[in-house]
Design a protein around this ligand. Structure first.
Ligand code: DP6
Length: 326
């Protein structure tokens, strides 16, 4: 009987951002980063061997993907095939579980789920740390989705030690709200955006220096379970990353008019005594870090203010795992 292996991985949101590669082929980052894994958004991926086939097959949300998409996945599968010493083609069936139609799907959960599934199917059975170095070569942010809670991706010195590790399980009073500002497909992928920034932005060297300091400080805040510090460092780091883009040539930004309104509202809510802090990735949507015990109250204010952009609550997610009994 045909072996089918299913894995689930959750998305993660960086509090200290990964922005820029020092090695594009190996996905080695310019700076270490730190994230929170979210339970609300995840990808389930099933892999199986295709002994008779000349091609891999990639089905996403029930739709067989075009050659271009399939080739990207095949290049990633090759990492596992080469390590396992096999050449059999593989079928990949993936389903994204995101609460809204589009725009919030993530390459982090996608490659973490695929890697976790392939790790079992190919018989590699690597530990999670080693697996994270493989997953990294699909998408940098996926490195961190192998683990749950607060996760650091250590930039490392080479392809073998640029890996993820859990810093804290975040089982304290933590949650995140996502405000979907726009679900349009992004104009510039994070991959292209960070490349342009590294190559042209006058602010990029300052980013690298600041990211290292921010990472050090946020780890202290996490160790002390100091939510206010955690939020302040998160908010400042995200804005510094977005600042680097304005220094690129040509300058670019992922912000939309509504993005600014949401950021202002978050600041206002905080001023009313409800601590909450924003961060943004390579898109216009806003994520708000808050205490889980205050999330419902903050969500209500945001939803009353932006009734056409209802926020999505997420608690802390766990690391990637197999759904198939083995
Ligand atoms: C802004 O992981 O999507 O979300 O490694 O090229 O696949 P590639 O890029 P990706 O970049 C994520 C950038 C970010 C910050 C972060 O998640 O750390």
């Amino acid at each position: 009987t045909e072996k089918r292996i299913t894995a689930r991985a959750h998305t993660n949101i960086a509090l200290i951002k990964y922005w820029g590669k020092r090695d594009e082929k190996l996905f080695l980052p310019m700076n270490s980063s730190l994230s929170l894994t979210l339970d609300a958004f995840y990808t389930d991926t099933t892999t199986s061997f295709l002994p008779e086939s000349q091609e891999d097959i990639f089905i996403l949300n029930g739709v067989t993907q075009e050659k271009k998409e399939q080739e990207k996945i095949s290049a990633f599968i090759d990492l596992f095939r080469e390590a396992a010493g096999i050449s059999t083609k593989i079928k990949v069936e993936s389903t994204n579980h995101v609460p809204t139609a589009a725009g919030l799907a993530s390459s982090a959960s996608a490659f973490a789920a695929l890697g976790t599934s392939l790790n079992e199917l190919t018989g590699m059975k690597m530990d999670k740390t080693t697996l994270s170095t493989f997953v990294r070569q699909g998408s940098g942010s996926a490195t961190r989705s192998i683990f749950g809670g607060f996760v650091e991706w250590d930039m490392g010195t080479n392809s073998f030690d640029s890996c993820a590790k859990q810093i804290d399980d975040a089982s304290w009073d933590i949650a995140m709200l996502t405000i979907p500002v726009s679900t349009d497909k992004k104009k510039l992928s994070s991959r292209e955006g960070m490349k342009l920034t590294v190559e042209t932005s006058a602010f990029y060297p300052a980013w690298v220096a600041q990211a290292g300091k921010d990472l050090h400080m946020i780890k202290e805040a996490i160790a002390a379970k100091d939510f206010i510090r955690l939020g302040e460092i998160t908010e400042a780091n995200g804005m510094k990353m977005h600042g680097t883009m304005l220094g690129a040539i040509p300058p670019f930004s992922y912000w939309e008019p509504l993005t600014v309104k949401v950021l202002q509202k978050v600041t206002e809510i905080r001023g009313q005594g409800l601590p909450c802090y924003y961060t943004m990735d390579a898109g216009p949507n806003v994520k708000v870090l808050c205490r889980k015990s205050q999330a419902a109250e903050i969500k209500q204010i945001l939803d009353d203010t932006f009734p056409e952009n209802l926020s999505i609550f997420s608690g802390v997610g766990q690391g990637a795992y197999l759904l198939t009994d083995i």
